[in-house]
Design a protein around this ligand. Sequence first.
Ligand code: EPU
Length: 428
Amino acid sequence: MEKFVIQGGNTLNGTVRISGAKNAAVAILPAVLLADSPCIIENIPNISDVTNILVAMKTLGANIKTINKSTVEIDPEHVNSFVVSKQMAEGMRASSYFLGALLGRMNKARVAPPGGCNFGVRPIDQHIKGFEALGAKITFESGLVEAYAHELNGSSIYLDVVSVGATINIMLAAVKAKGLTVIENAAREPHIVDLANFLNSMGANIMGAGTNIIKIRGVDTLNGTTYSIIPDQIEAGTYMAAAVATGGDVLIDNVTPKHLESIIAKLRETGATITEYDEAVRVEMHDRPKKCNVKTMPHPGFPTDMQPQIATVLALAQGTSIVTEGVWDSRFRYVEQLTLMGADIQVDGKTAVITGVESLNAAPVKAVDLRAGAAMLIAGLVADGITEVEEIERIDRGYEDVVEKFSALGANIKRIYTPEETEILKQA
Ligand code: EPU
């Protein structure tokens, strides 16, 4: 069982290069299935969620050529299967995007329900509402979601909740439907805009992505294209939070500062000095963080995927902060782990009251989900002693080269494969 072992106490200094966005990649790769000819996708993060998607695409019949670590060429011409099995879908939330993509390509899809992080109930009723509005019939057979349409026709769809997944899935299914589809109360995340830009570069006609009304005029065919995925907003935010927590000075390179506005605003409230460049931000922190209150919301609000990381910064702040989760029912499972390290956090429903402590102590902890795992890494970097983080396959889902990147900034972090290695490290 692999784990990360971190000797805390080093401040982070230097430059870190941010990879392509996970949540854009896991939408854009299935979207390739809608093309008639090969696509070259650049700036793909080398993470297990992406590997799982590519394996699933191969199983469906796509021909995939790796050009380099972050670039693949995908030829969807011979895709003839419309089934994503339970085994293929396991562990990835984004398996649901195969529903929209296969429905858009072949008017039919049979896909196992999505896995991914456990934040309580993760319904897909809004995805289904969208597919049905386009004319698909949805059934549940032997644990798989089945979507079938004789023909897809554009329609007006109002989302009852702002859902990233439903917005993406409806775009995928509607892009080749007949006529005009309008998604109202659409999500506005940067990866929604990235998917729309990608589809438009294939010949789609999508307007309004990035606002809460997206209009999709169906086209008959989509061509292959070459496209580069946007930088990962949450990976960038994670390194920014780590720089603040450790009192470091880090240049976060290859980012779109506009996508980081809410994170920059909140980290400035904690006392960090943040300088924005065209494609980078510099984060400097010299004092103990100050308290601040955070409420997560759909974009352009503060991202829920940064909630555990900023809570870890606030666990070390002077004073008491309130963190409110505004997207998921249950995203505080990591708090139990942080309290093992000495954090003082009380959770009541969707609110956490964080009374800052001067320091954290090392402890064996678990990555209970992807971003919770990122929070454990930040906590380990500042804690006194050696922190062991287990269940790190969840961190590998979304962070490329995390050991290499933190080490290059001066952190003492290692990936350990056996218990013997842990012992040797402790005695060193
Ligand atoms: N919701 C419904 N019905 C639906 C869909 C969603 O009620 O049909 C609710 C959810 O229960 C939740 C809220 O709407 O309360 C928002 O869910 P959303 O659909 O936006 O989430 P998602 O598409 O499943 C994506 C990201 C998550 C991120 C959320 C919110 C991907 C692959 N995943 O999930 O990212 O937390 O949007 O921004 O894009 C992560 O990267 O760590 C991660 C969990």
